[in-house]
Ligand binder design. Structure first.
Ligand code: NAP
Length: 316
């Protein structure tokens, strides 16, 4: 693939960047000052046949229009919500993502966030570090995770991996998605509100699209209630963040463990003083093992494309 011109949108992974540099003609978008990106893209446009982006940096209609030789968008993410898929279909541009290899890590984080939120693990850690154990005595009592009813929005690859994990904690599993499946031990609810009303912990694990934007709204948060906990490892815009913050501040929601935010890396500062939330910076797939596997999948898709072989993980 030495002749393949690849535009890398941001420095997402050192191993991926090194391999793209070694195997292709790599163009790094961030080498251009941000106010001159359009000129930079124009100057490389004829040679760029592939774009590699991720969960934060996608490929919109303007970038597609600026790249007449574009053949493939290989995303370093499973979510493709930042790619204009309709435009890619229209132009015959292939799109790939990185499913499966990240499933375990994201599911691990979802369960970790649920336990950390209910058992206040980060708060207890801060209590020890601040010397409060010695000066003020025992830490506050917290809430049990084992046995809690876990509701999952989107029982796909990640949702099922969360279900499998929480079953080991004796948690009954409920779910909502468009298609009811014949799972013998998971209970289907036909609406998110009914799912929330029948769950103690609500996990968001569906893709982001026009139907799922703000799928967790005020009504859903009210149904989850003052003892309920929201875990978002999907995408920030799945949740109406203003409503989430208001519900947490007012005590209308019990707590939240959040990996993804509406306007990353900006996080509502109103969440910072709350001790019923655990906040992490979009790290669902961020382990050495998984990020290397994701990089190999991006490279494998590009190799397949230039060799006219079937793509490993096609979306379009
Ligand atoms: P997946 O296997 O495609 O599963 C998606 C599930 O969502 C399916 O069960 C699907 O069922 C359901 N779904 C689709 N559209 C829906 C809708 N309109 N309403 C309700 N449910 C809907 O995807 P996955 O690999 O598990 O990944 C899920 C998402 O996790 C990704 O798209 C990404 O946004 C997010 N993610 C986040 C991180 C992170 O770092 N935090 C990392 C990886 C992935 P139906 O088709 O029957 O509705």
């Amino acid at each position: 693939m030495e002749s393949l011109g690849v535009l890398l949108l941001n420095p997402m992974n050192a191993y991926l960047e090194q391999e793209l540099d070694r195997r292709c003609k790599l163009v790094r978008l961030w080498e251009s000052p941000s106010d001159r990106r359009a000129d930079f893209v124009r100057s490389h446009a004829v040679s760029i046949r592939a774009v590699v982006g991720n969960a934060s940096n996608g490929v919109d209609a303007a970038l597609i229009d600026a790249l007449p030789a574009l053949e493939i968008v290989a995303s370093f993410s499973v979510g493709v919500d930042r790619i204009d898929l309709a435009k890619c279909r229209e132009r015959g541009i292939r799109v790939t993502n990185t499913p499966d290899v990240l499933t375990d890590d994201v599911a691990d984080l979802a369960v970790g966030l649920a336990i950390a939120t209910l058992r206040k693990i980060p708060q207890a850690d801060r209590y020890v570090r601040a010397g409060l154990w010695k000066n003020k005595g025992d830490f506050t009592l917290t809430t049990r995770f084992s046995g809690k009813r876990v509701g999952i929005i989107g029982l796909g690859r990640i949702g099922l991996a969360v279900a499998k994990r929480v079953e080991a904690f004796d948690c009954p599993v409920n779910y909502y998605q468009r298609t009811k499946q014949a799972y013998p031990s998971y209970t289907y609810y036909p609406t998110v509100v009914e799912l929330a009303a029948n769950s103690d912990v609500l996990v968001v694990a569906c893709p982001l699209n026009a139907q799922t934007r703000h799928i967790v709204n005020r009504e859903v948060l009210e149904a989850l209630g003052p003892k309920g906990v929201l875990i978002n490892i999907g995408r920030g815009p799945h949740v109406d963040e203003a409503e989430l913050v208001a519900a947490l501040v007012d005590g209308r929601l019990g707590g939240a463990g959040i990996d993804v935010f509406e306007d990353e890396p900006n996080v509502p500062e109103a969440l910072f003083p709350l001790d019923n939330v655990v906040l992490v910076p979009h790290v669902g797939s961020a382990t050495h093992e998984t990020r290397n596997a994701m990089a190999d999948l991006v490279l494998g898709n590009l190799e397949a494309h230039v060799s006219n072989k079937p793509l490993l993980t096609p979306v379009v």
